[in-house]
Design a protein around this ligand. Structure first.
Ligand SMILES: Nc1ncnc2c1ncn2[C@@H]1O[C@H](COP(=O)(O)OP(=O)(O)OP(=O)(O)O)[C@@H](O)[C@H]1O
Ligand SMILES: [Mg+2]
Length: 254
């Protein structure tokens, strides 16, 4: 069989398909939680369609129980959908086995949890090194990358502290550094400012905006309209479906 080379496109032309600059594609994605007896407990996501492009800064909103965390956990490859398509960075995530998925997740995604999830016994620097440890990176490189990531969030003077010796906002910044240390293509955060006072929350958002300006793709769950106003796109869920998907005209950048 003869193979035909594609016509070379002029270098100035836009990509042939929108998928080249899409980081994540969800098609009719569903997540159902079942009871131990196999009967349906909750249909948490009932058919989500979403395309996320490189460099977007997205707020995921919706009432309590609408499916935000369920969606975020699937986007972040911490959980799998029951049905549907999820392509992340051009790869079919649904078809990967657990080991493949966890390696891919480690390379592609930085995930920030609402509750920080730092390891209390480890220093700030060691906490940030954890994802690199799991990737088998050697200690000297881990230390360098960790110091760099902590510099990005303004914590270069706290490397040897334990998490309990830091304020809530500083702990969250350590969690952000840990999410950034692998140089992920996407940063995902579930209510990253939910446990912080509003001033500290604003500072964290400032960090996100800096990262967004540098081209990072950011997806964040929030309940707060004032936070969503500072993003570039708002996706609202209701009862497991996308009920609103709009661009923010004039983001309220600080
Ligand atoms: N592990 C689970 N087993 C069974 N049902 C679950 C599980 N996790 C979530 N659910 C249900 O799925 C639905 C969506 O939950 P989810 O945590 O995604 O909501 P949410 O939008 O993040 O809410 P919140 O704003 O309160 O955090 C809810 O009805 C919830 O009870
Ligand atoms: Mg939630």
């Amino acid at each position: 069989m003869t193979t035909h080379a594609a016509n070379p496109a002029p270098s100035s032309s836009p990509p042939a398909t929108s998928t080249t600059d899409s980081v994540a594609e969800l098609r009719d994605l569903k997540k159902t939680y079942y009871k131990p007896d196999g009967s349906i407990m909750v249909e948490a996501l009932r058919g989500i369609n979403l395309t996320i492009k490189r460099g977007e800064y997205i707020a995921i909103m919706g009432a309590s129980g609408s499916g935000k965390s369920t969606l975020m956990n699937i986007l972040g490859c911490l959980d799998r959908p029951t049905e549907g398509v999820y392509m992340l960075a051009g790869r079919d995530v649904v078809g990967m086995d657990d080991e493949e998925l966890s390696l891919f997740r480690g390379r592609t995604i930085g995930f920030i949890f609402q509750a920080f999830n730092l390891i209390p016994q480890l220093t700030v620097e060691a906490n940030v090194e954890v994802p690199l440890f799991y990737q088998g990176i050697k200690p000297s490189e881990r230390a360098k990358a960790s110091e760099y990531a902590l510099g990005l969030v303004g914590l270069s003077d706290r490397l040897g502290h334990r998490p309990r010796e830091l304020s809530g906002g500083q702990q969250q910044r350590v969690a952000i550094a840990r999410a950034l240390v692998t140089r992920p293509s996407i940063l995902m955060a579930d209510e990253p400012t939910g446990n912080l006072d509003s001033k500290t929350g604003q500072a964290i958002l400032g960090t996100f905006e800096d990262l967004h300006r540098q081209g990072m793709t950011i997806i964040m769950v929030t309940h707060d309209d004032n936070i969503a106003k500072r993003c570039r796109r708002v996706v609202r869920l209701a009862d497991g479906l996308v009920c609103e998907d709009r661009l923010v005209e004039n983001p309220a950048v600080v």
